[in-house]
Ligand binder design. Structure first.
Ligand SMILES: Cc1cc2nc3c(=O)[nH]c(=O)nc-3n(C[C@H](O)[C@H](O)[C@H](O)COP(=O)(O)O)c2cc1C
Length: 336
């Protein structure tokens, strides 16, 4: 029997976000919440299998529970990608059936797969056979002219028959023609009721809802409607302290809240290691700019880091300088 560490964690998760939820970002998020499930950026199966880009699978042991998101639509290649991932010890592997970008459409994966549930079923069956961890699916409620109330239950049922028991549903359609990926995250209307209805229709499945969730209050309301999990994307990135510092207490029943100032101090040894290995400060601090959003000193914090971190030779002492501004600092939206 496989043990799925990510199942319990999945009550709250930070969404996969390309260029954003890299391993440095996840390390920071993990300092703010011990329990929340963290997703990687999407890694495509062709990049791993054909491109041998195995460095994309690296992560720090502190990041657990952590889920790898794969993109692809070839069952054989996805299975090979799972084999490559097995050695790294991810807690879950997730298939992307939600990303609408052109590049992804041309490779025939992402949201366009909402039109081909049998192929998704084949993909996840092959991934399960090859993987040592649980396979889950992140999808939309439909694409283009599809009727979500018809397509979504049919999709879930077919993919569940292949053995998937956990879904993360971005509660809006993707319009594959005419909208940019960014517009596709805002313009198609959200339909939370449909996702709640999916949980009622498939009570044995674990269903997480995603899209437009900006606070723990909202997350708790959705959990109270019977959903098993809530996935937060942009707010977790732009204002991580708002949704992650109290997550362990409010979502998982632990005591105490984490402190973003403490997290900055805890990032310093991590940054020192990164720089010693030839990395640059900015690769990490770019994910930290929103740490004090809405709190005193937020603006000065962002300014010191964004001005100073890209400079040649910049080191972790810049964080201490920026922190000085936070503790004495200006209020977000107030005068600099
Ligand atoms: C910069 C960015 C990159 C994203 N990359 C991915 C991705 O790689 N895979 C994926 O499934 N979704 C991706 N998404 C979509 C998010 O996972 C999420 O579904 C979407 O942002 C809606 O949630 P939110 O309203 O909480 O942000 C991305 C979103 C953003 C903002």
């Amino acid at each position: 029997m496989k043990q799925y560490q990510s199942l319990e964690a999945a009550r709250l998760s930070v969404a996969p976000m390309m260029d954003w939820t890299d391993r440095h970002c996840r390390y920071l998020h993990r300092l703010l919440t011990k329990r929340t499930l963290l997703y990687t950026e999407m890694v495509t199966a062709p990049a791993l299998v054909r491109g041998q880009a195995l460095h994309l699978l690296r992560f720090d042991a502190a990041e657990h529970p952590v889920a790898l998101q794969l993109g692809g639509s070839d069952p054989v290649e996805l299975a090979q990608a799972c084999v490559l991932a097995n050695d790294h010890g991810y807690d879950e592997i997730n298939l992307n059936v939600g990303c609408p970008s052109d590049r992804v459409q041309s490779g025939c994966f992402g949201a366009i797969l909402m039109e081909n549930a049998p192929l998704v079923a084949e993909c996840v069956a092959a991934m399960q056979a090859a993987s040592t961890c649980e396979i889950t699916v992140k999808c939309r409620i439909g694409v283009d002219d599809q009727d979500p109330s018809q397509v979504l239950p049919d999709f879930i049922s077919k993919v569940a028959q292949a053995g998937v028991t956990r879904f993360q549903i971005h509660a809006r359609k993707a319009w594959l023609k005419g909208l940019s990926p960014k517009e596709n995250r805002d313009i198609p209307p959200l339909d939370y009721d449909l996702v709640v209805a999916m949980k009622a229709q498939f009570p044995e499945l674990h269903i997480s809802i995603n899209g437009g969730i900006t606070s723990l209050d909202q997350a708790e309301e959705l959990l109270a409607r019977g959903l098993d999990g809530v996935m937060i994307g942009r707010t977790a990135y732009h204002s991580p302290a708002d949704v992650l510092c109290a997550a362990d207490a409010r979502i998982y029943g632990e005591t105490g809240e984490s402190d973003p100032v403490e997290a900055v101090h805890q990032m310093i040894p991590y940054i020192e290691r990164h720089i010693a290995e030839g990395g640059r400060l900015n690769q990490i601090t770019r994910h930290m700019l929103g740490l004090f959003t809405g709190r005193p000193g937020a603006r000065a914090w962002r300014r010191v880091l964004s001005d100073g971190a890209p400079r040649e030779g910049a080191g972790p002492e810049l964080l201490l300088e920026a922190l000085d501004r936070v503790t004495g600092g200006d209020i977000e939206g107030g005068n600099p």
